[in-house]
Write a protein of this length. Sequence first.
Length: 401
Amino acid sequence: MERDAVTTPFGRRAMTLGMLATQVLSRQIEPGQTAGKWKLFQSLCDARLHFGLSERSLLVLNALLTFYPHDEISEENGLVVFPSNSQLARRAHGMAEATLRRHLAVLINAGVLVRKDSANGKRYARKDQSGGISEAFGFSVAPLLVRAEEITAIAISVANERQELRRLRERLTICRRDVSKLIVVALEEGAPGDWFAVQERLRVMTQTLVRRPTRQQAEDALEEFEMLREEVTSRLELKFKSKDMSGNADHIDRHLHNSNPHSLSELELGSGNEPKAKSEPTNPREKGEMTIFPIQVVLKACPEIVPYGPYGTISSWRDLMVAAVTVRSMLGVSPSAYQEACEAMGPENAATTLACILERAGHITSAGGYLRDLTAKARGGRFSLGPMIMALMRANGQGMG
């Protein structure tokens, strides 16, 4: 005998208020009402959190619907399916029967199925003289048919909410990158203020972001980042107005939109035949979530790397990257460790990191191990060059302008 609900001490299935309510609901089918079972199932998948259904519960429902012989659910096609637990378990990817019973109960309590019990509790169908099914006992999908419009409406609402959340997250990403680029503009233009502190504030705000925020969390975070962007933009506008610069808006805008990467990681594989630069980047850029600082700032913080550039000087990012290849070998950093750093940080930031390591070489036991550790942090969004460069500039007695 198939038993799928809690039984009373007298062996009869207990009737809950939820089951009774669902049975009443199943009698509310409109004449001629139909619903595509798989389209309805997909809508229920989208709205599963609203109905309190897990992926495992939906797996059981999917298996149950495969026993429904028609694509359209309707009274004319019949509403009851009657597989045994063993048959249902096989179609549910071999789910244990105890687990199967639990998820069937969840589906019933969620109001998407209802039991139609026979006198002996078994699931079966009676056929008439023509061979058609006259009566069946098992699970009725009538609630799915009755609630089809409701399920579809909730699924549409969930999809709209998901789309709005995606839009908010995109705006949040753009705003965060704008702030990062504006900080670089401030450093390059020598705007007054502790811009490394602003960058640290940005880093902390980024780290506190929830990985999968709710809509409210995304809206709150966006408001906070937009306030920071407005604050940084206002300070830069004051700087440009004080200089009576013309076209300052276009100047800032060029910084914000100049984000084409200058890929030079192939220098690591070079052997003195490095390709000649076609053009040098005139503005700092951002690689992923890491800011690329102006080359002048990097060289102020890390003057030790300058003699390793072509002809004993560094005047461009390409020169710094060529110098970094030489320094990498000198510090005992493996090619693979440097390549991983280029992939995680971007070639400019990897070269800058090596320049910083060179400055502190006397205090670092293993340059290669230290670089790998920083690379791992960069992949997790836990590494920022700002504090490192700021500390080196202070140690070298340099200003931040």
